[in-house]
Design a protein around this ligand. Structure first.
Ligand code: FES
Length: 139
């Protein structure tokens, strides 16, 4: 294995894609393979919002909480998502269908408030748009 540190993120992303999260076992294995403390690999894993240390749902909703989105009523969007799927940030629905995450800027500030559902970007969000988007995922 190529032990260069820049390859560590690739390994973690690969685990995320394959398993839907980066398990403790993967973190431990990566730490050993790259000659790093487990705490450092864990810290890297939890730093990036696109990596998760717990299994996520089929659809991962990421609402941007950076200032431009926050100033465009991201709080209302969070409430709409919570109302629609019945969970709050950091949670996954019991049926495993949705995970609700908060994230930093997703590069769509001109579309604020914005969110991702998996890799699909949605902007200029309103409660009605949230309902429409999430109901389409439910069917
Ligand atoms: S601040 Fe929300 S997308 Fe940039």
């Amino acid at each position: 294995m190529d032990r260069r540190r820049e390859n560590l993120l690739g390994k973690l992303k690969e685990a995320q894609q394959q398993n839907g999260y980066v398990s403790k076992e993967i973190i431990t294995e990566a730490a050993q393979a790259f000659g790093l403390p487990v705490s450092e690999v864990y810290g890297i894993t939890t730093f990036y919002s696109f990596l998760s240390t717990r299994p996520l749902g089929k659809y991962v909703i990421r609402i941007c909480r950076s200032i431009p989105c926050d100033m465009q009523n991201a709080e209302m969007i969070m409430d709409s998502v919570a109302g629609e799927i019945g969970i709050g940030p950091g949670q996954t629905t019991a049926d495993g269908k949705f995970s609700f995450e908060l994230t930093n800027c997703i590069g769509a500030c001109d579309l604020a408030p914005a969110m991702l559902v998996d890799h699909e970007l949605y902007g200029h969000l309103t409660p009605d748009k949230i309902t429409e988007i999430l109901r389409a995922c439910k069917t």
